[in-house]
Design a protein around this ligand. Sequence first.
Ligand code: NAP
Length: 298
Amino acid sequence: MAAEIISGTELARTIRAEVKKGVEELEKAVGEPPGLATILVGDNPASQSYVKMKQRAAQEVGMYSRQIDLEVDVTEDELLGWIEGLNADPAVHGILVQLPLPDHIHKPRILEAVHPAKDVDGFHPINVGRLNVGHPEVLVPCTPLGIAELLVRSGVETRGQHAVVIGRSNIVGKPMSALLLGLGRGGNATVTVTHLLTRNLAEHTRMADILIVAAGHPHLVTAGMVKPGAVVIDVGVNRVEDSTRERGYRITGDVDFEAVREVASAITPVPGGVGPMTIAMLLSNTLKAARALGVPVA
Ligand code: NAP
């Protein structure tokens, strides 16, 4: 029987409506809405489009939003100056520096400059540490947080299950494994994390009750790599050539969706799975940051 399709689009809509209500309540209580600032360096079209989507989403839920566009040759000190300004701005509760950054900018220095309480991407080492020790005042990276929310709200039990994560990036794989291993929502799993140097990848994936794939490799996961009845979450966003499309490409995930859906019990599509959840959780993190900071934060 074909797997249930877990719709991130639908769930993200629900979460955005919840955030909108939270924004209205907070604004009523303190007179100011939560604020999200995004910084974009350069003119990478994909980054431009991501930032635009994030800004639009923030406006739709009634947040104050601010977009800072910087030239690709902006100096590291100038960029740090902008971040310091936003750290001190009482109207801004969430700061997001869109990645990737140009090579002349030292990414860790930038990510560490964002105040941890406004770090809605959850990349500051303080938030990374808090996630790993189970500290409640943490901002968790949006993509893994969205996946945990997808699992919980779709009724997928993680407790005691064997979760296998493909990928060990700081953005997806590592925080995902921390959430699955932790004691919170979507946690208490037994976790295996795999990467490019993992031997016999399929031996690991076939053990998974929950398989989370974040490799950036189209169709890496085939039907034979999935245990019958497993839940499969496809994080990958890959452009593959497609001459039948006007733009010459289509977006596909890391999982061979059509084949794997015949084996799995539930699966996320690409697009329409994890992607919309990432933006919904950015809004949720911004609301959480504003509540924790108190609005305004002068
Ligand atoms: P990344 O930084 O490139 O990390 C990819 C990870 O996958 C690495 O740990 C790599 O191993 C591992 N890997 C790559 N190929 C593999 C293979 N053949 N077998 C086993 N492991 C393999 O990428 P990322 O930022 O985590 O993103 C992963 C994918 O998710 C990308 O397609 C990205 O576009 C997508 N993504 C989507 C969203 C969303 O909101 N939908 C958000 C973030 C990312 P090594 O560490 O050994 O190199």
